[in-house]
Design a protein around this ligand. Structure first.
Ligand code: NDP
Length: 437
């Protein structure tokens, strides 16, 4: 079963336990404290710390919002709307990469349409006075609290489904209930034939909520102050460009680690349902109550630098995909690509071939595409300037996440490609400065 092969590529049981205990015990309170600090403690970690020191555990319990009916309704409406768009909007048929068991998932690529419909609907509801997005901001704590509990229950559902009704051959138990729950049972869980759960959690709920919340923060600042500061505009525009880029490239995302290798478990689903809407959007959450004025020149400089980083990150992903799609018969930076033809054996014993690109962005350094990803996050955070540390939490978290991801990806590729990966690593090592060792 795929699970047995793939489980070699996720962390060991010991790391899973430490990671799971930390995620379960530290992340939910962190999400609440992050929201509390941004919204009620002026973005100051020191203020929140003083509050907790004075009031202890009871003080923390007092600030933890109880999920209210309004919060559940907002989540349910958003989730149902996104699920309906995912199912009903037309889109091109796209095939995902072939899985270790030889299964090829098929998707309907309607991400851009869903994204456009979502933002147009949300802005229209506000413009015509039908729904005021400030309600979302005003109930943000309750929404996060509901997401924390709701997503945990959703992950239990995924675990049970993985045991009782797996959707494809890419599923199975590794024999350890905790690892199964945490890393997931199914690679491609679906409800019925067409409703792909990971597309919903990762793209249509997680990434979509990022854009919706970015717009919400902007509107909240506008409604509170009668204008939107240039810092908020730069932050919102960069985040929206990033999410737009994501949806333009969504079919490509379906062949990355998140979808093609990481099974649907607590790690990835909880992350997309709770961590993305809270932590990823947090620089904008901070700016609502901190209307920093940058001035036109500085604002434009940050905006241009952020757009450039998002573009480079996009182009790295595009280059790899184009190269794979055309089987190496494309131009990379105007030249025929240099490559390694690597063979590997699937879990069913079949020998297959894959191409590893060693020129263009992919020849500069291994995992080079993570550099512009981190820099882009820095540029949509820096409009907050340097009065408080907390807005930079996402940049720091992302750096750690991508270091871990690079290691996990290297381990996986080493076990998949063996000697070919060794040759690849010699040709394209990790480099601090591209082009120099
Ligand atoms: P990718 O899946 O895009 O790339 C890694 C995979 O590509 C490897 O597993 C391997 O898969 C294949 N590969 C590796 N080297 C080569 C090569 N030289 N030529 C061709 N194929 C190769 O990486 P990620 O999923 O990590 O990243 C995708 C995007 O998502 C990036 O833009 C990244 O920055 C972004 N990202 C953002 C995060 C966030 O939280 N903001 C988190 C993670 C990623 P195979 O088995 O097919 O050979």
């Amino acid at each position: 079963m795929a699970a047995a092969t793939e489980s070699k590529t996720v962390h060991s049981a010991a790391v899973t336990y430490v990671s799971m205990i930390s995620l379960l015990t530290l992340c939910p309170p962190f999400v609440i404290l992050l929201w509390y600090t941004m919204v009620h403690a002026d973005g100051s970690v020191i203020k929140s710390w003083d509050y907790l020191r004075q009031n202890g555990l009871q003080g923390f319990i007092d600030i933890w919002p109880i999920p209210t009916a309004v919060a559940w309704k907002l989540i349910a409406c958003f989730g149902a709307f996104e699920a309906a768009l995912q199912l009903l909007l037309p889109g091109k048929r796209v095939e995902g990469p072939i899985s270790p068991t030889g299964h090829r998932p098929v998707y309907k690529a309607n991400g851009v349409a869903s994204y456009a419909v979502t933002l147009i609907t949300y802005l229209s509801l506000w413009w015509f006075g039908i729904f005021n997005p400030t309600i979302v901001y005003d109930h943000l704590g309750e929404i996060y609290s509901a997401l924390i509990f709701g997503s945990f229950i959703f992950c239990i559902f995924l675990y049970i489904k993985g045991h009782l009704a797996p959707s494809s051959t890419d599923s199975g138990s590794c024999g350890n209930i905790i690892i199964d729950f945490y890393w997931g049972m199914e690679l491609y869980p679906r409800i019925g034939k067409n409703f792909d759960i990971k597309v919903f959690t990762n793209c249509r709920f997680g990434m979509m909520s990022w854009a919706v919340l970015a717009v919400t923060y902007c509107i909240k600042q506008y409604e509170a102050n009668g204008k939107v500061e240039d810092s908020m505009l730069v932050n919102t525009i960069l985040m929206l460009i990033y999410v737009t880029k994501f949806f333009l490239w969504e079919a490509g995302y379906w062949s990355t680690m998140d979808i093609a290798h990481d099974r649907a478990g607590f790690y990835i689903c909880w992350g997309c349902l709770v961590w993305v809407p809270s932590v990823y959007t947090s620089p904008g959450m901070y700016l609502v109550n901190h209307p920093v004025h940058l001035g036109t020149q500085l604002a434009l400089f940050i905006l241009a630098a952020g757009i450039l980083c998002i573009y480079i990150n996009y182009d790295c992903d595009r280059q790899r995909q184009e190269f794979r799609r055309t089987n190496g018969r494309c131009l990379v930076w105007g030249k025929a690509p240099s490559k390694i033809v690597a063979s590997y054996t699937t879990s069913s014993g079949e020998t297959k071939q894959s191409l590893l690109l060693t020129s263009g962005w992919w020849g500069l350094a291994r995992h080079f595409h993570y550099v512009p990803e981190i820099l882009a996050a820095f540029f949509w955070t820096v409009p907050a300037l340097f009065n408080h540390f907390l807005p930079y939490f996402y940049v720091i978290f992302l750096t750690i996440l991508l270091f871990d991801r690079a290691k996990r990806d290297d381990d996986r590729c080493r076990s998949k490609y063996g000697k070919y990966w060794k040759i690849y690593c010699q040709k394209v090592p990790y480099r601090i400065i591209p082009g120099i060792y």
